[in-house]
Design a protein around this ligand. Structure first.
Ligand code: PMP
Length: 425
């Protein structure tokens, strides 16, 4: 079906980049999963906010009032974006990593944490990091199917128990784009008396997420993957653990009263937002939420799925190209494809795509070492990741497919080599 509303424009879509042959071409950005470019709508909101930006909550002047209002309206917009209810807090943090570390420090002492081995390191590691009150951390092996993931979580959580327990899961993989069965996992967690935290960093830029509808207790995501500039992210979810926890950072803003011998901390959300908050980051993040909602995330997703289908079909037709999937080829996924080309190291391929074609991909293990290594075919130590977003066009997709086909068929004669990650003649 046709897209009803126009696709929101991204800043920098017409930027030209130099090629090794001296030509300049428009940049074909395939690295949205790392950081998405700023939406034009977000830039416009920032333009409007810049003249007023001032310290929030504690200033008496007009600019402080305007900024405080903008900051709290941003919080309300984000609450609406993730379906947060009256019993949920929305805490502004620096990003998904920060959000999940905050949660790790907020779980009740001894909380058992169950996490799949394939998680991004931001979701895999905070539970055993210093400062986390988590007790036993159970790391589940990578499941063979979504149904196996649900069964493994059910078995790991076992019978209902009174002690605090938390299941942690990604909503969409940053390596394969595959969607995880979050609703089923939430049901399993709740049936066992546990909670579930969802890493939605790669999900919310592509699809609508609703805490209440999915049954999730916590959701974390980053503004810079959601078409807003760097520096702001969100942890949203149930207030009780967050309210009972010691402040994430000790300092001004988190304090209600300080005496010679005592500190009384603020309630949420200020409790976990010590220091001068990133007002413009929050405003930008909320502007992105609003713009995506207005454009219709489902419609945008449909458009992206057509581009993704074209890309995957194109890559599948190139001899020696193999894409990385944990589950069936037709399992639903967002616009992310990781792949390898036999005989071609991923770093060289990625560098050549940039130098010769103006295409920006990412190569490596994508901060999910356990998952990526498990999916790599033998003989490969890294993969290339192409991720799509609102600025992606059919021309970009065709350029990428043609370039990979050309490079895969070229054989060993490159005319240059890779030195310290850069093309050298
Ligand atoms: N989780 C996932 C699934 C991600 O893709 C990323 C970013 N690569 C993160 C967490 C961490 O996000 P940030 O770097 O913004 O903290």
């Amino acid at each position: 079906p046709a897209i009803r509303t126009p696709v929101p424009g991204v800043v920098g879509a017409d930027v030209l980049v130099p090629l090794v042959n001296g030509e300049r071409v428009t940049y074909a950005n395939f690295d949205y999963a790392a950081s998405a470019p700023c939406l034009e709508a977000v830039r416009d909101v920032l333009d409007g906010a810049l003249p007023y930006y001032a310290s929030v909550h504690r200033g008496a002047g007009f600019h402080s009032q305007v900024s405080t209002d903008a900051y709290e309206r941003a919080r309300a917009t984000v609450a609406g974006f993730v379906g947060a209810g009256a019993e949920d807090a929305v805490v502004f943090v620096r990003g998904t990593t920060d959000a999940l570390n905050l949660l790790a420090r907020s779980v009740p002492a001894g909380c058992e944490v169950v996490v799949f081995a394939g998680e991004h390191h931001a979701a895999l590691l905070p539970w055993r990091h210093h400062g986390s009150g988590a007790g036993r951390v159970v790391r589940l092996p990578l499941p063979e199917s979504p149904a196996a993931a649900v069964a493994a979580a059910r078995e790991a959580l076992g019978a209902r128990s009174e002690g605090p327990r938390l299941l942690v899961v990604t909503a969409a993989s940053n390596v394969t784009g595959e969607l995880w069965p979050v609703e089923e996992l939430a049901a399993v967690a709740h049936a066992a008396g546990a909670r579930i935290a969802v890493d939605a960093a790669q999900f919310v830029p592509h699809l609508p997420f609703d805490l209440a509808a999915t049954g999730a207790d916590y959701v974390a995501f980053s503004g810079h993957k959601l078409y807003a500039p760097f520096g702001a992210g969100v942890l949203a979810g149930r207030v009780d653990w967050l309210r009972a926890a010691a402040p994430y950072l000790a300092g001004g803003g988190a304090t209600a009263n300080v005496t010679e011998d005592d500190v009384r901390w603020n309630d949420l959300p200020a409790r976990h937002e010590a220091g001068s908050p990133n007002v413009l980051g929050a405003v930008a993040l909320a502007a992105a939420c609003a713009a995506l909602t207005e454009a219709g995330q489902d419609a945008l997703h449909e458009r992206e799925q057509r581009l993704l289908g074209r890309l995957r079909a194109g890559l599948a037709g190139i001899p020696g190209v193999r894409d990385l999937s944990l589950w069936d080829a037709d399992h639903p996924r967002v616009g992310i494809v990781s792949f390898v080309v036999d005989g071609l190291p991923a770093d060289l391929l990625a560098a050549a795509l940039s130098a010769e074609y103006g295409i920006g991909v990412r190569d490596g293990l994508f901060c999910a070492h356990l998952l990526t290594r498990r999916l790599l075919p033998s003989g490969h130590t890294q993969a290339v990741r192409a991720s799509l977003g609102l600025g992606t066009t059919v021309e970009h997709v065709d350029r990428l497919v043609d370039a990979v086909a050309e490079l895969a068929g070229r054989g060993p004669k490159w005319g240059y080599e890779l030195v310290d990650g850069r093309i050298s003649p």
